[in-house]
Design a protein. Structure first.
Length: 442
């Protein structure tokens, strides 16, 4: 984080990344002094309503964040910045997205938690678009022109006012991570799932919160001790993990929908289980309680970077043994197949949502982007095949870091290629992928 004083004193000359959060109501003109080098501009958590018309003078600008400001319109000047690939305006009061506001090279657009009712047809001209985050808006429909954005891989449309899930969306050649819970069209499935299960309530007083274990886009996870309540059925006096949600709408959707999917996920050896829902948090924060996963388990991968956009990141030199690869791939394909049978698309099937022990045992968690569907309904097959691509990408990441015997390599590479086919319907099901992986493993 930088300060206005540093900027004004010329102390930031030569920087590529500027982060200012100090109650700004106007764009500080001194930022233009950094034009020769500035690539990433983060003005989140201020009180801005506009950007200057000469913003394109920042000729090297690739990334701009203006989250948690007071914009009501996505500034048109963004579209005049030819080098901009990422635009993040989460948690403003944006109602209007003018066609002119979309930069031609846009890869990653974040409008989470705004009041957008409609997207311009011109979004179809953003053919480089890979990641589109629109959760928590007022969208009633998506422009069909979006189908022209054939590089789209990750789409968040949860917590909107969509009346239907468009067929063209489910046929998009690279779509791999989709979240749509909390829309009118998904309400019936949500209610059916809520009726089918009940979740234990765990009062806040019974939890003694300890150290932070992890953090993602939607929540902070703490270790905690769960005390046994008197006169209530004992869940156990044990060490647990508590996920506390950061807000009413997360980048993936609503805590209520995450809870429903999590509770409906059922038992599977490769899924993180859920114990209950936090009740009575003093600030009304939503949360869920899980068994504490052995601290020997770590994240399989890091989340995407600004550069990798949709793909997870791994430490340089990361290597998986053959047993590890089959342990992870076999466990995760089985867990995801189990979810598909129950009408749950995970929506965020990524290495960064997998905990693994380093010897092949792996656990899939984080239902924040999960969406429900009727397993015998009209969209089931397409939704499942969409997530098969996410599994195919994970498999690719594992294979790139493993020395497999030649014949195994060839068979697995063939499966991997099928999982990511552009023709959604031609991909195998997870059940088929699981069978092949198990036969190669044997
Ligand atoms: N039950 C658990 N036990 C131990 N650590 C956990 C548990 N659940 C989550 N974590 C840690 O917290 C991180 C973030 O959890 P996740 O559910 O993915 O949150 P988010 O929705 O914010 O991405 C995980 O990657 C993991 O490191
Ligand atoms: Mg996560």
């Amino acid at each position: 984080m930088h300060t206005l004083a540093q900027l004004r004193a010329g102390q930031l000359a030569g920087i590529q990344r500027l982060q200012l959060s100090c109650g700004l109501t106007e764009f500080p003109p001194e930022i233009f002094d950094l034009a020769d080098t500035l690539e990433i501009l983060d003005l989140s958590d201020n009180a801005l309503t506009t950007l200057p018309d000469d913003l394109p003078r920042l000729t090297r600008l690739r990334v701009i964040f203006c989250s948690a400001n007071q914009f009501t319109v996505l500034p048109e000047v963004l579209g005049a910045c030819p080098g901009l690939t990422m635009v993040g305006f989460k948690s403003n009061q944006i109602r209007e997205v003018p066609a002119a506001s979309l930069p031609p090279q846009l890869r990653w657009l974040i409008l989470t938690d705004n009041q957008v009712e409609e997207l311009p047809a011109a979004i179809g001209d953003c053919t480089q678009l890979q990641k589109l985050m629109l959760a928590g808006n007022r969208l009633r429909a998506l422009p069909p022109q979006l189908a022209a954005c054939t590089r789209l891989e990750l789409v968040r449309i949860a917590a909107n006012r969509l009346e239907e899930l468009p067929d063209w969306l489910l046929g998009m050649p690279r779509l791999s991570w989709l979240a749509y819970a909390g829309n009118p069209f998904s309400e019936a499935d949500q209610q059916a799932a809520d009726a089918a299960t009940s979740i234990a309530g765990i009062t806040w007083e019974r939890l003694q919160i300890g150290q932070k274990l992890g953090e993602g886009a939607s929540g902070v996870i703490h270790q905690a001790a769960l005390r046994q309540a008197e006169g209530e059925r004992a869940i156990g006096d044990k060490e647990v993990a508590v996920k506390l949600f950061k807000g009413a709408v997360t980048s993936d959707g609503l805590p209520r929908c995450e809870m429903t999917a999590f509770v409906n996920s059922g038992d599977h050896p490769n899924l993180i289980p859920v114990l209950g829902e936090v009740l009575g948090h003093p600030d009304g924060v939503h949360g869920c309680v899980m068994p504490l996963i052995d601290p020997g388990f770590g994240n399989l991968a890091g989340p995407p970077s600004l550069e990798s956009c949709t793909r997870d990141t791994y430490p340089a030199g990361k290597h998986f043994s053959v047993d590890e690869l089959f342990g992870i791939a076999g466990g995760i394909v089985s867990a995801a197949r189990h979810l598909h049978q129950r009408g749950i698309m995970h929506g965020d099937l990524y290495g960064h949502n997998i905990l693994h022990c380093g010897r092949g045992r792996s656990l899939l968690g984080d239902f924040g982007a999960a969406s429900l569907y009727a397993p015998d309904g009209p969209h089931a097959a397409a939704l499942q095949r969409l997530e098969v691509r996410a599994f195919g990408l994970l498999l690719e990441e594992l294979m790139e870091r493993c020395n497999l015997p030649a014949t195994t390599q060839a068979s697995l590479a063939a499966l991997q290629a099928q999982c990511v086919l552009a023709d959604v319907g031609a991909r195998p099901s997870l059940a088929e992928a699981e069978r092949l992986i198990n036969s190669l493993r044997a």
